[in-house]
Write a protein that binds this ligand. Structure first.
Ligand SMILES: [Ca+2]
Ligand SMILES: [Ca+2]
Length: 362
């Protein structure tokens, strides 16, 4: 028999053909469709500090990834939901209580209700009302469609609940695919307790996340994580129903909370390590990353650091606190100020961080 080695030309054709077949397969089976280029913010000019490294750890070992924190201002009791299915509370004397068993691993933002109960966003069920006696699912559908990925909620003084849907396409466990696809699947919803009805206020948000009410309840602030900004949504006055940009940010905003002085605390996430930002500019790279969960972990930067920012109602940055290497806290998703202390939730840590604000200067 006469064996011939393939010519270098034939080998090149074979290699290119194989590569094209592989790329076609990756794109065809990719969990994201026609991804957009992600418009990343310019590099931050805000000087770094390490002030978040000074937190005291509350409930360490017993609070599994407490994403959000809310406080009952009448009693000083802190509430959080944890990945082991509990709504837990921390009393003023420092004692930790497994308060109510919900049995869901997907609870996220929460808000105190005027009657002493707590409203909890559950990424799979919608809105839950939790109190001493019961757990009730108060909003599970909107316009006949199941609400998925409820993310954060705030109760207004008239009892209305305003809440976000991170993505109508992706879920908590694969949220990073929403970042890679970079198409706006987020929503702002309203639950009206008198009508027992949920309506859509805003569609097409770039991963709707934290929701806060201004002190005078004239407007909401809603965070769009991968648009790296927060919007004002006017509830009253001549601009009712309109939106405007509240602030453009150097990182992705997660939860937002009203501070006692009328400003806002915003938790910021690092979407990607800066050396891998190029991924978000290449559609084929996005498909490749999206197809392999291990690669997603490499490009996902949220575990690498933590930052929170205080912003005035006019959008001025008042102060920032960070842990630039994620030494003590990373993936900080929430900051709540109460009686001179800042309480920090995280999707990485097993405690709530407590920082005495007077003791740190920035
Ligand atoms: Ca909240
Ligand atoms: Ca959130």
């Amino acid at each position: 028999m006469d064996f011939k080695l393939p010519s270098s030309k034939a080998f090149a054709f074979f290699s290119i053909g194989s590569l094209l077949a592989l790329v076609t397969q990756i794109v065809y089976f990719s969990p994201i469709s026609s991804p957009e280029i992600l418009q990343l913010p310019p590099p931050s000019t805000i000087p770094s500090n390490s002030l978040l490294q000074g937190v005291k750890k509350l409930g360490e070992g017993f609070l599994k990834k407490p994403e959000d924190v809310t406080v009952d201002e009448n009693t000083g009791i802190l509430y959080t939901s944890t990945r082991d299915g509990w709504v837990k509370r921390l009393h003023r004397n420092g004692s930790l209580e497994d308060w109510k068993w919900v049995g869901s691993e997907t609870m996220l933002g929460l808000s105190m209700s005027a009657d002493g109960g707590v409203i909890v966003c559950d990424s799979q069920q919608g809105l839950l009302k939790v109190n001493d006696e019961s757990i009730t699912n108060i909003a599970s559908h909107v316009n006949g469609t199941k609400i998925s990925f409820a993310d954060d909620v705030i109760e207004a003084s008239d009892g209305s609940l305003y809440f976000s849907v991170g993505s109508t396409k992706f879920q908590l466990h694969n949220w990073y695919l929403d970042v890679l696809e970079a198409k706006p699947h987020g929503q702002l919803l309203k639950y009206d307790p008198l009508l027992n009805e949920t309506t859509i206020l805003l569609n097409d948000l770039g991963f709707a996340n934290g929701v806060a009410l201004s002190q005078d309840e004239q407007y909401l602030v809603i965070c769009e994580s991968w648009k790296f900004r927060c919007l004002k949504y006017w509830l009253k006055g001549q601009n009712t129903g309109r939106t405007e940009i509240f602030i453009n940010l150097p990182r992705a905003p997660d939860n937002i909370n009203l501070a006692p002085d009328g400003s806002f605390w915003i938790a910021l996430l690092e979407v990607s390590p800066s050396s891998l930002n190029f991924i978000h500019k290449w559609r084929v790279a996005k498909h490749l990353i999206a197809s392999f969960p291990n690669l997603i972990e490499v490009v996902n930067g949220v575990h690498s650091k933590a930052m929170v920012m205080k912003v005035a109602p006019d959008g001025r940055i008042l102060r920032t606190l960070d842990d630039p290497e994620g030494k003590v806290m990373s993936f900080v998703t929430s900051a709540v100020e109460y009686e001179g202390n800042l309480y920090l939730g995280s999707l990485k840590c097993d405690f709530i961080g407590k920082l005495q604000l007077e003791a740190v200067h920035s």
